[in-house]
Write a protein that binds this ligand. Sequence first.
Ligand code: ZN
Length: 161
Amino acid sequence: MLIQNDKVVTMHYHLTDPDGQVLDSSRGSDPLTYLHGAGHLIRGLEQALTGLDVGATKTVEVAPADAYGEHDADGMHTVPRQELAGIENLQVGMQLQGRRPSGETVTFFVVEIREHEVMLDPNHPLAGVALTFDIEILDIRDATAEELSHGHVHGEGGHHH
Ligand code: ZN
């Protein structure tokens, strides 16, 4: 059985940035189980896995545009620190929810904390970063009708409800 849409895939992954720094990894812990074609993985990775068989290992390079997007400096801005005084343990890397005047919710990441100001960035921390995934396919099975209707995996490695 090969990886294609509506298959449930179990795999190990090891994610590094261009400096070789490990960003995320399933090695030494539970593998990842996901529903292929449901958009749970970043686009560039999901595309590269299509057609692989159980036991396959592959190194997948994903350009920023197919991962977390290019970094757009336009949305970066500072706010007075006192405006965030209600937030406990404010720290770099923290994710904050804000609201545009239009009412639309927007996520910001704290990128720098100064004495009186905090710099916020709407870009994902991995925006603009080329990603390298070392993956190993452990299992492939058909999704159940229920999983397909929910759009996610049930049971081991998935939802329990
Ligand atoms: Zn479900």
